[in-house]
Design a protein around this ligand. Structure first.
Ligand code: KG4
Ligand code: ZN
Length: 329
């Protein structure tokens, strides 16, 4: 079965064709970074307008690369939330139009569930598991019984982890998006140069907070103390990673699970991957990571999950609307 996936929840216009939920025949991602970076973050109005310009050429390219046309498809999967409402609507209305014109089943996908499925695209995941979904818009810790069965354990109370990377990077004039830049620079820095404070949560609490950490970096810079930038960002990254890894491992222990799924854009971070792996191995837990290209937003994860929804006959109809605050569970 061939599913066309469409993803426009944030600032990537993406389309992909996936066969039987596993085999990626095409994975086209048009990034809008160029238009947003001078603002140091995503401008929702620009994102919606760019999606409108890019959506048709991106879909056409995804079909061409997969060497198929719309008549070969078994279904259309589209992200309907969470995300920016104007951006989501472009993908949803496009998917509905194709579904109606070609009489194809419409499959509505939760973006966060898509990120989790990005790991399952390459190999079968074992459940039950705890998943850390970390991106520019999300930091959520979720218990997963199996696909479709989720319990939210904790989330960020302020900035998402990726957002903290992006803001620190812009503040230091390093560029946007900050995650990959800080990841690269940190390799040359001393991660123990600064001991930055982390928010303390009540016992048994799995929520995160990164705004205090961001303020600590700002205050440190205001003092005018000289510190090499690689040392500063490596210390910042280490503090974020420590908080993410400690809570994920703790959640896995509390829920008595052996499997951890790390996903979302920040899952591409090399230090986060390394530390999560190290700490999990000590406790005989197994960590699943997506392939790096499948960490950040893409439509292959949407098409892949669409196959499962189609198999389970979970079909959407033409009243489908954008759900900017859609949750898991
Ligand atoms: O999943 P994604 O493409 O979009 C959202 O759904 O938000 O994630 C983008 C986020 C950005 O904040 C970016 O800085 C971060 O992922 N990111 C990273 C790395 N690569 C991307 N953060 C840390 N280290 C990386 N290597
Ligand atoms: Zn995402």
């Amino acid at each position: 079965m061939l599913i066309l996936g469409i993803e426009t929840s944030c600032d990537e216009t993406a389309a992909s064709v996936v066969m039987d939920g596993k085999k990626i025949l095409s994975n086209v991602i048009a990034t809008q970074t160029e238009w947003h970076k001078k603002f140091g973050g995503i401008v929702p109005e620009i994102a919606s307008r760019k999606h409108i310009e890019l959506i048709n050429p991106v879909i056409r390219e995804a079909l061409n690369k997969a060497k198929i046309d719309l008549d070969n498809l078994s279904g259309i999967a589209v992200t309907f939330g969470p995300g920016l409402v104007g951006s989501l609507l472009v993908g949803i209305e496009t998917a509905k139009a194709i579904s109606y014109a070609k009489r194809l089943p419409l499959l509505a996908i939760n973006h966060l569930e898509g990120h989790i499925y990005a790991v399952g695209l390459k190999k079968d995941i074992e459940f039950p598991a705890v998943s850390l979904i970390v991106s520019g818009g999300h930091t959520e810790l979720v218990y997963i019984e199996n696909y479709g069965n989720y319990e939210l354990l904790g989330r960020t109370r302020d900035d998402a982890a990726g957002e903290a990377f992006d803001k620190i990077s812009v503040m230091l004039n390093l560029g946007y998006p900050g995650g990959p830049i800080i990841d690269r620079l940190s390799k040359k820095g001393n991660k123990k140069a600064l001991n930055l404070p982390l928010a303390k949560m009540k016992k048994g609490q799995f929520d995160f907070s990164f705004s205090g950490l961001k303020t600590a970096v700002i205050n440190y810079l205001k003092k005018g103390t000289e510190i090499p930038i690689p040392d500063l960002v490596a210390s910042f990254q280490e503090a974020v990673v420590k908080s993410l890894v400690e809570k994920t491992i703790k959640a896995a222990r509390v829920k008595h699970v052996k499997y951890i799924i790390l996903c979302g854009g920040v899952a591409a971070n090399s230090r986060l991957r390394e530390k999560m792996q190290e700490e999990a191995e000590k406790r005989e837990m197994k960590v699943y990571f997506p392939h790096k290209i499948l960490c950040t937003d893409n439509a292959a994860m949407i098409a892949g999950l669409g196959y499962l929804k189609l198999k389970n006959k979970e079909l959407a109809n033409y009243t489908l609307n954008a759900c900017p605050n859609l949750k898991l569970g």
